[in-house]
Design a protein around this ligand. Sequence first.
Ligand code: ATP
Length: 268
Amino acid sequence: RQGWGSGTDTIKKAGYADIGGLDDVVNTLRESVELPLRHPEVLQHLGITPRRGVLLHGPPGCGKTLLARAVACESGALFLSVSGPELITKWHGESEERLRELFRHAREGQPAVIFFDELDAVAQARSADESLRLDSRFAAQLLTLMDGVHDLGQVFILGATNRIDLLDSALLRPGRFDIIVEVPSPDRDGRLKILEIHTQALPLDESVSLSRIADLATGMTGADIALLAREAAYVALRRKLPLQALLERVTSVPGHELRTVLVTMHDM
Ligand code: ATP
């Protein structure tokens, strides 16, 4: 389905299989978004209304955007994504109208997930920059729209922030973001799973031990590991086939020669 915002019309597909670790967070999102879409009768039977807003918080590069994209894709929902800084700068002057349009779009295209990335940029409780404070008209509009989200049908709000400490508590009241979920840095097992995901398509050298790399990669985020895997592939490529030679013969590189490009992540 189509995406919206962030200057792009198509959204990169993602699924739960692309997410390493974070099983509890995935389950919370599935329960909040996928379950009410697939089995509304279960919630009706329990006599509860579905959650409408989930706030994800944690350090940068640990998968918040990936999680939001994956749950929308796997639930067959429209994914509409906007980032806080974009709301302030790109939509400057017409932010409130654009925000209403975003919610309208979600209602018309439902089931839909609206993802607010870097939410702290528009909803800070105490910012030196007045335009970032929640008492702006824009933020008041956001709260009003969030309060009315139950009437829109199957529209879910996901938010993400690296700085939950800065967020205005008005946003965190029940009925707006119903639950707050931490997306932490990966532990050792998480790093191993993320490594497995990001090296899946790489022809790994037999000597490579992902388990050992997971041990060594203490402190690395999912984004760091994704970058590590790609850069290791470039290192290996450069070793086996110097760039000049590769480019000069680019149309005639035989497949078997490329298969000899072995990724040795130990060399990074
Ligand atoms: P930011 O706060 O900077 O927006 P984020 O928490 O939203 O960061 P993502 O944008 O989701 O992080 O992560 C960036 C990239 O890092 C992802 O597209 C993915 O390639 C990789 N990545 C991060 N976390 C994971 C993970 N848990 N499993 C697999 N890949 C991951």
